[in-house]
Design a protein around this ligand. Structure first.
Ligand code: 6PG
Length: 250
């Protein structure tokens, strides 16, 4: 069952999420000496990333031990206003001492299929030190933490309602179609997300209240939103919402 944390304001929700990240990072470093995180995209996490990079928290995190991926990316160049990489670079990664060799950008400017395949190779190399995943039978990488947002249609990462990507059982990342015929995307698949030790949703704003309710308090007969399929096999799921996004949960 998800742990749901509803905080009064967006700032309170971001702070609670950063405190959670500090705890999970410490647990991961104590457990296996590294911290692997998949960043979420869109607009919501910007406040979270800026808070992590602020003097309040940046000294509490062991940045050189971070291995950074993205849970999804839009198929645009890395300097495009829509790029999740660009947002995270400006709000966080360009302001803290992460090791550039451990920042694994999705090469979304390439063809979507090759970008997804390259993302998978980077995952195996980062988690298993295996260069040729095609010749090794490798376990699914288990992230210490996957950050996710929530779309108003109940999507998470770029797993949209009705997407064939929702049925993917073996691949770690695939190319998908964006919302309502929007541009192509690259997304982690449910097998990869559900192999995580911890998943944290950060959701703010009244526009997300009904989607959050459909995931966390579903009514009989309602279609299951993609975000409700995020059920880590051995991991935890935490939700950090502000009062507006949590207003339909009461
Ligand atoms: C993306 C995201 C996506 C996002 C939700 C919420 O690339 O857009 O990864 O899953 O988390 O769409 O987006 P907002 O935070 O912009 O509302």
């Amino acid at each position: 069952m998800p742990d749901v944390h509803v905080l009064p304001t967006l700032e309170d929700a971001a702070r609670a999420a950063v405190e959670f990240i500090v705890r999970v990072e410490a647990e991961s470093l104590g457990g296996h000496g590294e911290f692997s995180i998949a960043l979420s995209g869109g607009a919501t996490p910007q406040a979270l990333y800026e808070l992590m990079a602020s003097p309040l928290y940046s000294g509490k995190l062991n940045w050189p031990r971070w291995s950074v991926f993205w849970g999804d990316e839009r198929c645009v160049p890395p300097d495009h206003p829509e790029s999740n990489y660009r947002m995270a670079k400006e709000a966080l990664l360009g302001r803290v001492p992460v090791d550039p060799a451990r920042v694994h950008r999705i090469l979304a400017e390439a063809s979507p299929e090759s970008a997804a395949t390259y993302c998978e190779r980077r995952l195996h190399r980062a988690f298993h030190r295996c260069v040729e995943p095609t010749v090794c039978i490798l376990p699914i990488p288990s992230f210490d933490l996957v950050l996710l947002g929530l779309g108003e249609d109940g999507h998470a990462a770029s797993l949209f309602p009705g997407s064939p990507a929702l049925a993917e059982k073996t691949r770690l990342a695939v190319a998908t179609q964006g919302p309502s015929g929007g541009g192509r995307r690259i997304t982690f698949t449910l097998p990869l997300i559900n192999a995580a030790r911890h998943v944290a949703f950060v959701v703010t704003g009244a526009a997300k209240a009904e989607a959050a309710r459909r995931v966390l308090r579903p009514k009989p007969g309602e279609p299951v939103p993609p975000a409700a399929l995020v059920r880590p096999h051995r991991g935890t799921v935490d939700w950090f919402l502000d009062a507006a996004a949590g207003s339909a949960l009461r």
